[in-house]
Design a protein around this ligand. Sequence first.
Ligand code: GLC
Length: 422
Amino acid sequence: MKLRRTFLAFAAGAMLAAGPAQAVDMAIVSGDTGNGLQVLREILDQFEENTGNKVTIVPMPTSTTDQFGQYRLWLAAQNTDIDVYQTDVIWAPQLANQLVDLTEATRDVVGAHFPSIIESQTVDGRLVALPVFTDAPALYYRKDLLDKYGAKVPTTWAELTETAKLVMDKEREAGHTDMWGFVFQGNAYEGLTCNALEWVKSNGGGQIIEPDGTISINNPQAAAAVEMAKGWVGTISPPGVLAYQEEEARGVWQTGNSVFMRNWPYAYSLSNGEDSAVKGKFDVTTLPAGSGEGARSAATLGGWNLAVSKYSNNPEAAIELVKWIASPEMQKYRTLRTSNLPTIQTLYDDADVAREQPIVPRWKDVFLNAVPRPSAPVKIKYNEVSSQFWTAVHKTMSGEGTAADNLAELEISLTKLKGAGW
Ligand code: GLC
């Protein structure tokens, strides 16, 4: 009801300003994972019903890295076919100049979102995207199997490594030959930057580039963390993990073939789905801590937003579309269907959300304490920085050079990239 009123008010305002509002056709791009695209369609159907406008989804590959490459080309070509882009939390500084400033148009709604997320989407005082969901990963574990073998839920990576091996070996002995210990995102793309930042940060090795712009990645604790992860490949993790993104990891996990999985909250509702082999058999906990000074559990901050292209022919309607999808009502709808973490603060106290998707209230502190990737300090150079980082990690894990050598080289190359400043 409340949404309908918002739209009637908008339509009335538009009519006063420009005569009767014309229905428009718009396009939104999205590379959502899991059932995300389907849920987006359902949200758009409700928008169409309420406004008479039509919205087409242009589906994209799920890899954020592939999406970024494509969007950058489209924006550089001033493409008018795309009105709304679904944008990763790390992109704001890089795409800001080609996105509409939403500050004025969203003044009435931004207060409902977590201020830190709004800030992450604000570049030089311009709000370039409105948040739709936030992300902070979990360690998914097979409660049934840990119970079966009397194992504890691991709180350190060393414990995880040991327990994964123990349970995997026992299950294989019992005839479950496809069983693995741990799946994660090891492909050479942005997802590996997220995973490896967690290993490094949790081991007291810093966050690649610190908030003040200092390049910190070349240190023994960071190198030890990457070597630890290399040790998983082919032992507790399938050799193919070096090509896994989120969906490949979920595929192995959800068919019952892994004891542990690192993934984002979207996998929670899907793992509990009717067709899931692990339904009712798993739980989530925070990612393990490393060892040594500064060791802690570390979760990389993720999340998705909606931005209006400067080249859209329908900026007004596109802004209303963005506000619709990001609204409390639609975020609740999305969360109930996908277990994505909302960016609207009150939804963490919502009884329906807590009942249907208990990970959401449990994950509020995890995301509030999550570690940002260094997109704010390095601004437009973020994609290059990240790609150099994931390449150094992927090389090490593939057996090309030691972590110490590859991180030393990375430092040299990042220093060059930094030049006179970020
Ligand atoms: C998730 C996160 C996003 C991150 C991506 C990496 O989609 O929300 O921020 O960049 O995973 O694969």
